[in-house]
Write a protein that binds this ligand. Structure first.
Ligand code: NAD
Ligand code: TYD
Length: 351
């Protein structure tokens, strides 16, 4: 079936993998990538698909309701995969207003545009798919997992803004009958991640012999999923997920930060031709992040049992591929850290 799918935040880390997967796998769909190109948006992530006939890029702000409404109309949007967001916890601690604006008001503006448009054309065959995070569930002790029934208990301004956006999506489903589905995923890693997040930041710092700032004692635990496995899960949920449901996505792959960092150092040192562990001396313990959640761990049994999704990559393979990618793409990394990419695309899209 010919579909017109609006993917928001498609120039970001996860969004670019979702856009690539959909453009290549579904030539019969029109994929409209809508992105504001904030510091985190980078069209260089999508060079390999930018000339495909089923791909369009639109530079717009999800908070600009009139523009969003006109895009729904212009492209006859019948499906939304909503990833656009401010996504970094440390930035949210510094500027919570921006997170409320983008993540809450931006999501509300998309929901309202979908509702207004689809009320006229009929909601059958339509879907609003909201991409969220496991961080909405708060923090775990040393035992247990987040399930879809775990009560929301966000601690950071980032997770509070994502929790709020999830509630708005549920409210639009329950109040107006908007066909909606939500997924909450654990920490992603892989190519094209902005080097402010742990894994690409540390690979880049090891490469440049710069300190590796470990928050607190490095004892916090995260459940890491290779980004392409997240994109595969999004594909499955978009096509087969039950409307009104939430699906948790995780890697069953928990790592204490300091253990993960030691693995990253070993792999990066080896691939750089250094002695494995030579960069251990770069580890620098720094003041802990305020409100730092101790442990996240996802039970993705529902997604596996209902829709048959499982992660495809073992962590050892994923981290090796990831480190190799950043070392092979130093131009991308240097471009992003120098801000060159934004200058280039600002000129291209005259902003
Ligand atoms: P990212 O920061 O790499 O990308 C976000 C994208 O959104 C960028 O391209 C940016 O330009 C765009 N954007 C920001 N504000 C916008 C606005 N007002 N209008 C239009 N576009 C805007 O983020 P990511 O890591 O790829 O995360 C994508 C989504 O997945 C987010 O909703 C995030 O909450 C969720 N998520 C991320 C992770 C993770 O580990 N990174 C895990 C679970 C869920
Ligand atoms: P991050 O990649 O920011 O993801 P999130 O906060 O969404 O989980 O951080 C992952 C973990 O690594 C988290 O426990 C914080 C920690 N961390 C550091 O210790 N040092 C750093 O420089 C960064 C960016 C994160």
């Amino acid at each position: 079936m010919k579909r017109s799918i609006l993917i928001t935040g498609g120039a970001g880390f996860i969004g670019s993998h979702v856009v690539r997967l959909f453009v290549n796998k579904y030539p019969e769909y029109n994929i409209i990538n809508l992105d504001k190109l904030t510091y985190a948006g980078n069209l260089a992530n999508l060079k390999d698909v930018e000339n495909k006939p089923n791909y369009v890029f639109v530079k717009a702000d999800i908070c600009d309701f009139d523009t969003i409404l006109s895009i729904f109309d212009k492209y006859s949007i019948d499906g939304v995969i909503h990833l656009a967001a401010e996504s970094h916890v440390d930035r949210s601690i510094k500027d919570p207003f921006l997170f409320a604006q983008t993540n809450v008001i931006g999501t509300l503006s998309l929901l309202q545009a979908a509702k207004a448009t689809w009320e006229k054309s009929g909601v059958e065959t339509k879907l609003f798919y909201h991409i969220s995070t496991d961080e909405v569930y708060g923090s775990l002790g040393s035992e247990g997992f987040f399930t879809e029934e775990t009560p929301y208990d966000p601690h950071s301004p980032y997770s509070a803004s994502k929790a709020s956006s999830d509630h708005f999506v549920k409210a639009f489903h329950d109040t107006y009958g908007l066909p909606a589905v939500i997924s909450n995923c654990s920490n992603n890693y892989g190519p094209y991640q902005f080097p402010e997040k742990l894994i690409p930041l540390f690979i880049n710092n090891i490469r440049n012999n710069k300190p590796l700032p470990v928050y607190g004692k490095g004892e916090n635990v995260r459940d890491w999923l290779y980004v392409i496995d997240h994109a595969r899960a999004i594909d499955v949920i978009f096509h087969k997920g039950r409307v009104g449901e939430t699906y948790n996505i995780g890697g069953f792959n928990e790592w204490k930060n300091i253990d993960l960092i030691k693995v990253m150092i070993k792999v990066t040192d080896r691939l750089l031709g250094r002695n494995e562990g030579a960069s251990d001396s770069l580890i620098t313990y720094v003041t802990d992040r305020a409100g730092h959640d101790l442990r996240y761990a996802i039970d993705s049994g529902k997604l596996k049992n209902e829709l048959g999704w499982e992660p495809s990559l073992q962590f050892e393979e994923g981290i090796e591929k990831t480190v190799q990618w950043y070392l092979d793409n130093q131009e991308w990394l240097d471009g992003v850290t120098s801000g060159e990419y934004q200058e280039y695309y600002k000129k291209m899209y005259s902003v």
